[in-house]
Design a protein around this ligand. Structure first.
Ligand code: NAP
Length: 281
């Protein structure tokens, strides 16, 4: 299951939406200069420009104070030309990540990390949903992987991948199991999976003997090793699984495409073309 062709299609649709809606703005906030974060942010800006969006790259020093960080987010909240705001995570230790995320206007929260949006997803009324889980679901839909009644196993319970994708799978009527670092026998769970989503950040954590024949396996992991960029799933799993996403070139391209789609969604919320529930009345 390659992500590139679907990502290209989504990005073309986003470009059409931008033409229809007029100017759309995406802002990123980066604290410090973590090289991986810098690469991710550059790719997001390149993709935004290509889709015709305006983008703002707010870079803050590693030693920025909590007040300055929250202040930078507040300024972007007020900026009428900005539809979507993303605080690149993780932020350096010593800063309060939860407070920084909660400072984002929920309408502009294109990463779906604000407690309001996370709660909406939990309640089955998604507003803004993190981009990677949306990309995973789009990939499964594209390949017509049945979810209703299927057994889905997610390895990883982060707020940005594991938990939200588990909720989306649940809402698609899969029976969902979430595994994490305290799960005692991982293969006991994975061997039961019709759909296996692996987001642990551990190279090769899933091997061919852990996968049911004919399963759909989504490898979310991005690990920098001496052998280059590798996923969490041993490539030999392709011999057993019906579908396997490659790394690189699987979920990664879709994540960026879905971030752009979320930014269009934010623009629609802000222009009242889509109703944003609850807190905005
Ligand atoms: P994270 O916050 O580090 O979470 C990792 C999760 O995996 C945790 O819930 C952890 O369990 C679990 N885990 C770790 N070791 C495990 C083990 N041995 N057995 C079972 N579970 C284990 O990472 P993340 O942000 O979710 O990202 C996960 C991976 O996806 C990373 O490689 C990241 O680079 C990649 N990623 C890719 C994209 C993309 O666009 N393709 C986007 C985001 C992330 P505990 O909760 O118990 O610690």
């Amino acid at each position: 299951m390659k992500g590139g062709p679907l990502a290209e299609r989504v990005r073309a649709e986003v470009a059409d939406d931008v033409r229809e809606l007029g100017q759309i703005g995406l802002a990123t906030v980066q604290v410090g200069e973590d090289p991986a974060s810098t690469i991710y942010i550059r790719r997001k800006h390149e993709a935004a420009h290509e889709a015709g969006m305006r983008s703002v790259d707010r870079k803050l020093a590693e030693d920025v104070s909590q007040e300055e960080l929250v202040g930078a987010v507040a300024e972007l909240n007020q900026d009428d030309g900005i539809d979507g705001i993303l605080v690149q995570l993780p932020i350096p230790r010593g800063l309060d990540e939860a407070e920084a995320v909660a400072a984002i206007d929920p309408l502009k929260d294109v990463d779906g990390v604000h407690p309001f949006n996370a709660g909406q997803l939990y309640l089955g009324r998604p507003t803004h949903v993190p981009a990677t889980p949306l990309g995973i679901m789009a990939m499964l839909a594209e390949h017509e992987v049945p979810l209703d009644g299927a057994r889905a196993v997610v390895i990883g319970r982060s707020d940005i991948v594991g938990k939200p994708v588990a909720h989306l799978l649940l809402q698609a009527h899969a029976t969902v199991t979430i595994c994490h670092s305290h799960t005692d026998d991982l293969s006991r769970q994975t061997l039961d999976a019709d759909v296996l989503v692996v987001a642990a950040g551990v190279p090769g954590i899933v091997t061919a003997d852990m996968v049911k024949a004919g399963a759909a396996v989504v490898d979310v992991g991005i690990n920098r090793t001496e052998d280059g960029l590798v996923g969490d799933v041993d490539p030999a799993v392709a011999d057993v699984a019906a579908f396997l996403t490659p790394v690189p070139g699987g979920v990664g391209p879709l994540t960026i495409a879905m971030l752009l789609q979320n930014t269009v969604r934010a623009a629609r919320f802000r222009r009242r073309l889509l109703a944003f529930p609850g807190i905005r009345g």
